[in-house]
Design a protein around this ligand. Structure first.
Ligand SMILES: [Zn+2]
Length: 304
């Protein structure tokens, strides 16, 4: 998950302390030198302790792969921090999820005699899952705080797991327990008065949980490219919420040109028109041509 404030050419009705934007951190090495000092990387070894089983593709080695990638010299100047353990995490989660859902996941995670516990074939709680599940939420909240605190941070990258965009108000599914990005979006609104929050989701799967959370909320924008048909089955162009949902499904085999066309003709014009105060990216990289989980063929440059 990556979070940044909207650029200053999208004027907001409120002024925020850190209301301008540096470009995305993961561009060329030349731009990295100037950008990463204002980028906050939030991560913690605890995220690798969540263990859904050795046959699950959403596995701890995802964290190690990113650790290796970000250990290069180009990232020396990243500001790095572990997410705080936050007393307000439950309150933030309950802005998106039903109390019964929160209580169920917490109770299942604490029932050590019955761990690992499979909610479904993909979504498994293990002995150390609860710390990671809540930590992933806290990382998003910390990122929002950093952006609005006037600390000079212009964007943040939350290197977390488990992911969140499939978790619905009362349902864990697709590796996801709580909707990390929707929770961060709601928090930006309630804590800092952000009037318009946008989530752009380029994960190869559609973020049914984020879409559900935003469905009737015209001040929240959701734009997604994803392979379709594919899990979870949602994400048709006809799913528009109150005009705030913008789905741009792609077909198996699509690559750079189709992805860029979807972004440039559908998602980004709608995003520009929405004039968000903050942009959150559901930054799943499983649409990469090297990822066998699906059949989109995006390159590194497409993500940048
Ligand atoms: Zn995915």
């Amino acid at each position: 998950m990556s979070i940044k404030l909207a650029p200053h050419h999208w004027p907001s009705r409120r002024q925020f302390a850190a209301g301008t934007l540096a470009s995305l951190p993961f561009l060329s090495s030349t731009s990295l030198a100037t950008d990463v000092r204002r980028t906050l990387l939030l991560t913690d070894p605890a995220f690798a302790l969540h263990d859904p089983g050795r046959f699950c593709v959403e596995r701890p080695s995802r964290m190690h792969a990113i650790d290796v990638a970000l250990s290069g010299r180009a990232f020396d100047k990243l500001q790095r921090a572990a997410p705080n353990a936050r007393d307000d995490a439950e309150q933030a989660i309950l802005q998106v999820h039903a109390k019964a859902h929160f209580d169920r996941i917490k109770a299942l995670a604490a029932d050590t005699a019955n761990l690992p516990y499979a909610i479904d074939g993909d979504t498994v709680l293990s002995r150390h899952s609860w710390g990671a599940v809540v930590g992933a939420v806290c990382a998003g909240l910390d990122a929002v705080d950093a952006l609005f605190a006037g600390s000079g941070i212009k964007n943040a990258f939350c290197q977390v797991r488990p992911p969140g965009h499939h978790a619905e108000a009362s349902r864990a599914m697709g590796f996801c327990f709580f909707s990390n990005v929707a929770i961060a979006a709601r928090y930006a609104r309630s804590k800092y008065g952000a009037e318009r929050v946008a989530v752009v989701d380029f994960d190869v799967h559609h973020g049914n949980g984020t879409q559900e959370a935003f469905w009737s909320d015209g001040n929240s924008f959701y734009g997604s490219t994803h392979q379709m048909p594919l899990f979870p089955g949602t994400g048709a162009v006809s799913e528009t919420g109150v005009g705030n949902i913008h789905n741009a499904p792609l077909r198996a085999g699509d690559g750079s040109s189709e992805f860029r066309a979807a972004m440039e003709t559908r998602i980004l014009p709608a995003l520009d028109n929405f004039r968000p105060d903050i942009i959150l990216l559901s930054a799943g990289f499983d649409a990469h041509e090297g990822d066998p989980v699906a059949q989109l063929r995006l390159s590194d440059a497409d993500f940048a």
